[in-house]
Design a protein around this ligand. Structure first.
Ligand code: PLP
Length: 393
């Protein structure tokens, strides 16, 4: 008899976005004239920049020419993109070389697939609240997960203490959903912990490009010793609007070892066995993000989102509503006023202002009573939403 993976039964129903969609649809049906503004989505809205689309257009032409046609790409990326990514780190004085870079179709796949490298007999530490993929991909494998509390008290940036135990540690900074960003000291505490305990840190830097404060780290490898204990995930999704185009990269330092096994060689083997490479056209587009024009154009888009975030923050400041994030992140994580639960606040915003956000409780137990707004909308939409909320809060 076939035995399915019963651990899938241990997954909690991921009803957050479907429940939001259900409530919004019901509201629209009852209020057909209302114009609903979404401040809940984690998807970008600005299109790919011209430097990227030009490069992809050229690559399309190359694919149609027998002299330049490309077949299967290298499983872990073309040299032209890996070297551009390595330069992106080198320019900031961060010790990452081309050999450490593995190109992929995005950070979601890589943060989920990295579980292949580790035995089930490990203690996995995951912050609560956080991006749900880390928890679900471990639950699917029946792994022992311990949640680390990220709360208002620790600024949503938990640190290890003398009781902390963990072999695999997930960190996300800037954080989804809280927008909180670790300081160098905070990351150093985790790197020191991992080095002392022989643990590995899985560092999700998908939002690093939003960090504008030079005092804050954008890569775990800014911390001494991190090459011996950390893997970093990054993505073009939020940096350059690639959510629908699909390209990301993971840094596994060439010398990174655990229990006598080299994790870089294992990841190479894993990817070349189960992944057949990111499309040439997409990689050409991704490489263009690092050209001077691509850099300037993507930075302008990030500025646009951060300016939206600034408007939201100014509004919350005016209303005296506490929040984290926004400064170096597209996410603003606020405390629901009047002691509302996350879903009560969701309903209040939807039913009285036709504004949609994301209930914090959907990201973990510690998200109850919190609410996530995003700055990925248009300027007009953001301003109008704030106008409507002004009358309500
Ligand atoms: N990591 C975090 C923290 C995210 O919030 C997201 C997407 O929302 C991802 C990874 C997924 O990125 P990608 O589009 O590269 O798969």
């Amino acid at each position: 008899m076939l035995k399915p993976n019963r651990h899938y039964q241990d997954l909690t129903e991921n009803y957050l976005f479907s429940e939001i969609a259900r409530r919004v649809a019901a509201f629209k049906e009852a209020n057909p004239a209302a114009r609903v503004i979404s401040m809940g989505i984690g998807d970008v809205t600005l299109p790919l920049c011209p430097a990227v689309t030009d490069a992809m257009g050229k690559a399309v032409a190359e694919m149609g020419d027998p002299a330049t046609f490309q077949g299967y790409p290298p499983a872990v990326g073309y040299d032209f993109l890996k070297s551009a990514i390595a330069r992106y780190y080198a320019e900031r004085g961060i010790p990452v070389t081309e050999r450490d870079v593995f190109v992929s179709d995005g950070a979601k796949s890589d943060t989920g697939n990295i579980t292949d490298l580790f035995d089930n007999d490990n203690v996995v530490l995951i912050p609560d609240p956080v991006y749900p993929v880390y928890l679900d991909s471990n639950v699917m494998l029946g792994r022992t997960v311990r949640l680390i509390d990220a709360t208002e008290e620790n600024g949503y940036l938990p640190l290890p203490d003398e009781r902390t135990e963990g072999d695999i540690i997930y960190l996300c900074s800037p954080n989804n959903p809280t927008g909180a960003v670790y300081t160098r000291e905070g990351l150093k505490a985790w790197v020191d912990f991992a080095l002392k305990n022989g643990s590995v840190i899985l560092f999700d830097a998908a939002y690093e490009a939003f960090v504008r404060d030079p005092a804050l780290p954008r890569s775990i490898y800014e911390i001494e010793g991190a090459r011996a204990c950390a893997i970093e995930f990054c993505s073009f999704s939020k940096t350059a609007g690639f959510t629908g185009t699909r390209c990301g990269y993971t840094i596994v330092p060439a010398e990174l070892e655990a229990g006598g096994m080299n994790l870089s060689r294992m990841w190479l083997r894993r990817q070349s066995t189960k992944y057949n490479g990111t499309a040439y056209i997409v990689q050409r587009g991704a490489a263009a993000v690092f050209s001077p024009e691509g850099h300037a154009q993507t930075r302008a888009n990030l500025r646009y989102y951060l300016d939206n975030a600034r408007l939201i923050m100014a509004f919350l400041d005016k209303k005296g509503i506490p929040y984290t994030g926004g400064e170096c992140s597209p996410y603003i994580w606020l405390k629901c006023p009047d002691g509302c639960t996350s879903w009560e606040f969701f309903d209040r915003l939807l039913n009285t202002a036709a504004v949609v956000g994301t209930p914090g409780s959907g990201f973990g137990r510690n998200g109850e009573g919190r609410f996530r707004l995003t700055s990925f909308g248009s300027r007009e939409g953001t301003l109008e939403a704030l106008d409507r909320l002004d009358a309500l809060l």
